[in-house]
Design a protein around this ligand. Structure first.
Ligand code: OSB
Ligand code: MG
Length: 369
């Protein structure tokens, strides 16, 4: 397979409800879609960078430049034995995993379509026909609003609730959530809002028997997490600081956490996500699929990823309608009353693209060939 052309499209999509983390509040997404073309077939990917460099160093504009000037030119025209060959062509680019990963994912989708296979089969997944789903609920204006949201998501069937926390929206809020919902599967995500100096405060969370606390400390830290974990009963789940299988191996060796959130973009695509999955599986560390407020393409890629065997915990992959009035794929992603998503068997990522709507949302386009 030789990629002839890579088309980048930036779309702007308003969220149905703002999403607030410890680092920012988002009302509208600016997402880069990647189309990789070979012999009349196209594969599609989504770059999961945020609108600002606050989750990690990437954002829409940096990802656009990296994808256009560094990633695409290194792939176009090269003879690829398989999509596995894409990752080594761009590995020497430092950082910018989301820009690399969005292009890589498009080529996996293309390969799946060429072979007439669903993407989950192409990546070696298929351990489950339905993936277990949780939801990630942002920081709200009031605790009452948070409690209402949780009640609504539980009524929809979601299997676990993740709530975002930050200093000032943590122990007291979780106490109220636990008071109202004593037996739900609950976890908290701090997005790096604390330091080791907050150990005593984080230790107070043990009282609420959370499934895990996600990335309490610095975005690029492993060592402090290894100092914190033995002080807590609550398992630490690592997100931001795990960008490669190698870093996961190091974190596991240092006992910096007991669970890993895998995000396709954060690690640079399917090849590295698979290696990371395998490293965790060999160490009996369960993983789950994280989310970056993806539109339909990224969402569908996450569903395929979550069919690998060690994705045993409910992830942050949920229904399209929680994010968008209208998604860019058809049908949109829906959940069952049991809080699962049924994996589709159509070739590629398994959904139809809504080209008209994508055209309507597009604010810039550039093709590299
Ligand atoms: O840390 O998991 C995170 C969204 C944007 C940036 C970081 C994170 C998140 C989420 C939302 O938690 C997951 C989703 O619903 O897509
Ligand atoms: Mg997180």
């Amino acid at each position: 397979m030789k990629i002839e052309k890579i088309v980048l499209r930036q779309i702007e999509m308003p969220l149905v409800h703002f999403f607030e983390t410890s680092f920012s509040r988002t009302y509208s997404r600016n997402i880069i879609l990647v189309e990789a073309v070979c012999e009349g077939l196209s594969g599609w990917g989504e770059i999961t960078a945020g609108e600002n460099p606050f989750y990690n160093e990437e954002w829409t504009d940096s990802a656009w430049l990296i994808a256009k000037n560094y990633v695409a030119p290194r792939i176009i025209g090269k003879e690829l034995g398989s999509a596995m060959d894409v990752d080594p062509l761009t590995r020497h680019i430092r950082g910018h995993n989301m820009a690399r990963g969005g292009v890589e994912a498009a080529i996996w989708d293309l390969q799946a379509r060429r072979n007439g296979n669903p993407l989950w089969k192409e990546i070696g997944g298929g351990a489950r026909k339905e993936i277990p789903c949780g939801v990630s609920i942002g920081i709200q204006d009031t605790v009452e609003q948070l409690l209402d949201k949780i009640a609504q998501e539980l009524a929809a069937g979601y299997q676990r609730i993740k709530m975002k926390i930050k200093p000032g929206w943590d122990v007291d809020v979780i106490r109220q959530v636990r008071g109202r919902f004593p037996s739900i599967r609950l976890m908290a995500d701090a997005n790096s809002a604390y330091t080791l100096a907050d150990s005593a405060r984080l230790k107070q969370l043990d009282e609420f028997y959370l499934m895990m606390i996600e990335q309490p400390l610095d975005h690029d830290d492993i060592i402090d997490h290894a100092m914190l974990q033995p002080q807590l009963e609550t398992p630490i789940c690592l997100d931001e600081c795990i960008r490669s299988a190698h870093q996961a191996a190091q974190a596991i060796r240092l006992k910096a956490g007991r669970i890993v959130n895998i995000k396709l973009g954060r690690v640079g695509g399917f090849a590295e996500a698979k290696r990371l999955h395998d490293v965790c599986e060999a160490a009996a560390i369960p993983v789950w699929c994280g989310g970056m407020l993806e539109a339909g393409i990224g969402r569908a890629h996450n569903i395929a990823l979550a069919t690998l065997p060690n994705f045993t915990l409910p992830g942050d992959v949920s229904a399209s309608k929680r994010y968008w009035k209208r998604d860019i794929i058809a049908p949109e992603v829906e959940t069952t009353p049991n809080g699962t998503i049924v994996v589709r068997d159509e070739p590629g990522f398994g959904y139809e693209l809504d080209h008209d709507y994508i055209r309507h949302l597009t604010v810039r386009t550039e093709a590299v060939s």
